[in-house]
Design a protein around this ligand. Structure first.
Ligand SMILES: *Cc1c(COP(=O)(O)O)cnc(C)c1O
Length: 354
């Protein structure tokens, strides 16, 4: 018997969630965002499940090439563009699209001989202040790219699309700068797809919603019609009764207020479970809701079984996923679902289910 931890990825949930994104933005093409190893679900696995997407967005040249080599023919976009000039020739060789956010990238393209027109997504900074051309620098950048025969898509990324009435200014700025340019536009991540139809443009870029988590703190994934793609499982590997006053785990940070029945689960922070999850973070044991108690350790965590007397060693434990939204666990741990999903460790065996 090996350690009982594992994760499953539901291919039908991924496809369902792509359908939800498409129904929200029926006139846009869909660039499925599969960076960070498909938000922890396995990049190639996700790409195969979502093979009807119009394009895939990743971070690194190596990921983009892996997609090409796996046979994906659709648009593949490097979300932050290339990181050094020596990547340009490979990018062209594999027919990849690249974000262009800085002048040095334009210089690098100018210096590389190009036989066919390269696809570039020019990123305009409308208030996120991470990457992108300032509005006043955009016309020159666009002109240089068009002079070298590039096919240009206009792009921006919102800092507050998950809040209500918070993209008015950046959207107006983007629209003013790009007014009358007969070029395709892309503005929307999951939150903007769900909240702001006026920002859908020609290409939408759904990420987190494809994996069945909510981009908004005030709306659950199920209320948005999304299905969790990943379920993270383990089992109870020990059970004990403790008396009032007994401490549990490192630092004795949990002290039993009364006699309790508790269990130990084969899952710790080295598996990607958040060490900061406090006592009270929800967990499902044999399908019943309970809570973790005490500090999460590297390979184990402890749970309260007092209200679930029928458990035994080997009882199934769901850390998140089906029947326990990852968003709830993330909120309890003071983080967001994105971080939990991306953090699932390579040592956790992952398999796909229909
Ligand atoms: C990650 C990313 C997305 C997807 O964001 P979600 O919130 O996961 O939908 C879209 N666009 C850009 C530029 C990104 O970096």
């Amino acid at each position: 018997m090996s350690r009982p931890i594992r994760a499953t990825v539901s291919l039908s949930a991924l496809r369902h969630n792509l359908g939800v994104a498409r129904r929200h933005a029926p006139h846009a093409r869909t660039m499925a965002v599969i960076k960070a190893n498909g938000y922890g679900h396995g990049m190639l696995r996700v790409a195969k499940a979502l093979e009807t997407a119009d394009g895939f967005a990743v971070l690194n040249l190596a990921e983009a090439i892996a997609l090409r080599e796996a046979g994906f023919r659709q648009d593949i976009l490097l979300l932050e563009g290339f990181f050094s000039a020596d990547e340009v020739s490979l990018l062209i060789q594999h027919g990849l699209s690249t974000v262009i956010h800085a002048q040095w990238q334009i210089d690098a393209l100018t210096q590389t001989p190009v036989s066919s027109p390269i696809q570039v997504w020019i990123k305009i900074n409308t208030g996120m202040n991470r990457l992108g051309f300032q509005p006043e620098d955009f016309p020159t950048a666009l002109q240089s790219l068009q002079q070298m025969g590039a096919q240009v898509t206009l792009m921006t990324h919102f800092s507050r699309a998950d809040e209500k009435n918070c993209i008015t200014e950046p959207l107006a700025l983007f629209n003013t700068i790009t007014l009358e340019l007969p070029l395709p536009r892309s503005l929307s991540n999951s939150a903007a797809i769900l909240n702001y139809p006026a920002a859908h443009g020609d290409w939408v870029r759904p990420g987190i919603m494809l994996y069945g988590a909510s981009p908004m703190s005030h709306q659950s994934a199920s209320a948005l019609g999304l299905k969790p793609a990943m379920t993270f499982f383990s089992e109870l590997i020990a059970i004990r009764d403790i008396s009032a006053g007994t401490e549990v785990g490192y630092g004795g940070s949990f002290r039993a207020p009364c006699a309790m029945h508790i269990g130990t689960v084969a899952c710790g922070y080295a598996d990607g479970y958040p060490r900061h999850a406090p006592t009270g973070t929800p967990v499902l044991i044999d399908g019943q809701r309970s809570r973790i108690i005490g500090r999460v350790s590297m390979d184990m965590l402890t749970v309260d079984l007092s209200a679930i007397p029928d458990t035994r060693i080997g009882s199934p434990v769901t850390l998140w996923g089906k029947d326990l939204p990852v968003d709830e666990v993330a909120t309890a741990a003071g983080t967001i679902s994105y971080e939990l999903l991306c953090a699932v460790a390579a040592r956790v065996p992952m398999s796909e289910i229909e």
